[in-house]
Ligand binder design. Sequence first.
Ligand code: GDG
Length: 732
Amino acid sequence: MNKTIIVSNRLPLQISIQDNQLEVTPSVGGLATGMKSVHAEGNGLWVGWSGITDEDLNETMAAQVDLKIKQAKCSAVRLNEADVADFYLGFSNRTLWPLFHYFTEYTEFKDKHWEAYKRVNQKFADAVLDTIEDGDTVWVHDYQLLLLPALIKEKKPEVTIGFFLHIPFPSYEIFRTFPWREEVLAGMLGSDLLGFHTYDYERHFLSSVKRILRLDVNFNEISYYDRIVKVDSFPMGIDYDKFYNSALDHNNADTEKSDLQKRLDTHIEEGDDKKFILTIDRLDYTKGIPNRLRAYEHFLTTYPEYQEKVRLVMLAVPSRSEVPQYRKLKRETDELVGRINGAFSTVSWTPIWYFYRSLPFENLIDLYTSSDVALITPVRDGMNLVAKEYVATRTRQDGVLILSEMAGASKEMNEALLINPNSFEDFATALDRALTMPLEEQQSRMKILQKRLKRYTVEKWAEEFLKSLEATNQMKEIFVSKKLRTNDIDGIVSQYKKAKKRLVLLDYDGTLVGFKNNPQDAKPDAALLKILDALEGQEITSLNLISGRDRGTFEKWFAKKPYNLITDHGVWEREKQQWNALEIVKTEWMANIKPILESFVDRTPGTFIETKEYSLAWHYRTADPELAQIRTIELNTVLTSMVSNNNLSILKGNKVIEIKSSNVNKGRAANHLFVKNDFDFILIIGDDWTDEDMFEAAPDTAITIKVGHSKTIAKYKIKAPEQVRALLAKLV
Ligand code: GDG
């Protein structure tokens, strides 16, 4: 039976050891709730760290912990103190967390931390690979495990992998500063589906993929070697009923009041104009706490009528206090609260009630239900679930949510009062508006907010993600139908060995060598020449390299090699070191087209013209991908009107547009080879559009192979030049 494996840095369990007694309780966080049914299903499994380092467990205790974890359908990844210091507190929380939240000044780039990040991601991969089988699904969570998808995919290409990032993905301008940007993107692209909270994060990710890895992106699908990676946004929800029902329960007259509630009530009972403004966050610099305090001070100064009436109840939950910036933030927060309370307090009124601790769930509900306004103003936040939880607890649909535009949640909570958290003015006017908002308006806003949250819960979020992940499988089936598998390769090799007269036609760029920024750098390397020499050395094999390259380049590269060469898309053939023209082609048109291409080069940095004997090619591999996309459309329009009169055709290659005579193509050139001899084995390998002509012209018995994933009439698909070389090596 296929299973779903959930992977996150921490297991959804709280483990404590006191006096050698082990206690394991399930955690109640949002993620654990969302995953509950997925995890409970069949032989579902959750892989993660227990929260206890190796050093803190003796062998007997470790075995007991493992057993308890196993009983909870989990599997533990063991981490030692060095892992926690360098991988978790180091790379995860001093590099990725600040960088992805735009805190570049806090971001550290340390090789030691990066090494630990790779090492620990490998530990997670080993734990997953230990239990995974073909047909299983893996769902990886968050920024601590960005390399994991590729580590799994590499070993188990047949499993389906989803990844969800809970924090923002920063814009390209930020991400490009990251020294390990290529590795991290490649790690994420091991997934079949990548999920983000908002469309903006998705857009930023795609932009980095296009600009840094130079991959083709079609809407939200990335072409990655022989696979398609889908990217989408899935805004995470909450367990709505849990919050709503707890609030109902709390508001019930029969429910006994907590000490906290009694304390809150003393303020509320002072009069109708006494209001609570609530803020709840982990004490994290991304949450904008000091700024919020200063803005509150500004509000009390500009609207003095609220003094002695409103109270800011601030719950700051201790977090990552081993990281220096968090300790600094704690000091700054303490000082600010002290200063503001010192400056404004009266005998009967303190403007800020500050709790630095984690409260039990019941007290959280006390705070949510007692507050007239929730002031949620992070400077950057992936989503922010507190904002959603506040809304869910407003059973009478009163109350106002003030929400920062910088929280992912703001994208779907338009009925909140949205503010820019850097503007004190925005803060003050929004607070005044919230505190004076008529009940009807509060209710009409709250109703709309609740409706959406009730529908798109955390369970629904998980369900939608998994549905979409499942759909990538169907897409994959179409793609993998042509995938060249080990048994196909064995068949080809055996047919090859039995044949008496063989014809091998190989395209060059993108087939035998990968693309280079400068086409002249794609010279054949020693390993390639060795394979080609060996093929050429077989008397019954006719080896032909067939390319759009100009004959000058091929003559230079293969001067001393006896291979047959066909260049310029089939204009020239070199046979037994003699060049012959296969076609008579005109070139007068070049003088008219070249100035047009030059004007495109001038306006599109990074592009250049390759002037061949019979064609002109405009290369845009190193141009800005978005600008290049616009320019290719423009160029196509300009050229289309000119080519028909001149019997020319436009070829759209891999990051190149080429204009050449219509009567020349690789199909015609290949035809001329097919009839030359009585071949009983024909192998044709190519990677782009121009090679489709060869595949089409080939006899039915020919073995045609396309490099890459895109649509083809070839019989098979292969991943990349390395795999082509490996196949050819089996023929020699
Ligand atoms: C990351 C992203 C994204 C808070 N104090 C107490 C307490 N909480 C609970 C809240 C809420 C959760 O903690 C906090 O979630 P947030 O979403 O607000 O923030 P992060 O911890 O930064 O989470 C964030 C999230 O991942 C999910 O993808 O939204 O953007 O940064 O559920 O209720 N719970 C209890 N006592 C407390 O004192 N029991």
